[in-house]
Design a protein around this ligand. Structure first.
Ligand code: URA
Length: 233
């Protein structure tokens, strides 16, 4: 349950003061009924309308973006286009941030939210959420690479990676990589350490969340109820 004026203000369209004024002016209805006042408690998911138009009453927003090549996954950047510029204006000022970064030239699944707790659950070290990437390399992958991933790769600077999975596809220059951590440039550095540099990288999944195959690069959509449930929301 949340106060009605707080729900209205959380949309970013009205200040708390304006929200109170809207309610007092009789322009707001909850489940079709006029509320008693701005401090009325409203149940999650209740239908709230302003001048007859429904507003989004969800506390947090969850978005799946198919990140294209060439945009950075930060919220601000002095030089490059950020992933936020791929969203409509009203979604750019509600505190959305990407859950885990992808390199500028990496494509694929990026979850954007303003729910810090979910981000923590998916990213905190020790949570070991599986992330699956499709990759293409310059070179030919072989079983010794799979073995090295399984044992745990040590990068050039001595950084030790957790055991990971490398599944070579029909073309031995292509593979699926499953990581349970997220170090800087990790897939690229792991494969570079095997002398097989990455030429293409795309994230396919993060925990239970899979990139929607019909979502083209650069496009986004809200997570479905089912996807939210799978993430424990
Ligand atoms: N590993 C990388 O090297 N780059 C990414 O963007 C993600 C994982």
């Amino acid at each position: 349950m949340e106060r009605l004026d707080k729900i209205l203000a959380a949309t970013g369209k009205w200040s708390r003061k304006d929200a109170k004024a809207l309610v007092k002016a009789g322009r707001v209805k909850v489940e079709g009924q006029p509320p008693r006042g701005p401090e009325d408690k409203v149940a999650e998911g209740a239908l709230v309308t302003v001048d007859g138009h429904p507003i989004n009453t969800d506390k947090f927003v969850y978005i799946m973006l198919h990140k294209p090549d060439g945009v950075v996954s930060s919220t601000e950047d002095p030089r490059d286009e950020t992933v936020l510029t791929l969203l409509p204006k009203e979604l750019r000022r509600i505190g959305l941030f990407p859950v885990g970064r992808l390199d500028k030239d990496t494509e694929g699944l990026l979850l954007l939210t303003n729910d810090g707790q979910l981000a923590h659950r998916l990213l905190a070290p020790g949570k070991h959420v599986d992330k699956v990437y499709y990759t293409e390399v310059d070179g030919v992958l072989d079983p010794s690479d799979c073995q090295a991933f399984e044992t745990g790769i040590v990068l050039g600077d001595g950084t030790e990676c957790l055991p990971a999975e490398l599944e070579i596809l029909e073309d031995p220059g292509q593979a699926l990589v499953t990581l349970r951590e997220g170090k800087y440039h990790q897939v690229k550095r792991m494969l570079a350490s095997r002398g097989k540099p990455v030429t293409y990288l795309k994230r396919l999944s993060m925990g239970p969340l899979k990139l929607d195959p019909i979502l083209p690069p650069g496009r986004w959509r809200y997570l479905s109820d089912r996807e939210k449930e799978e993430l424990g929301l």
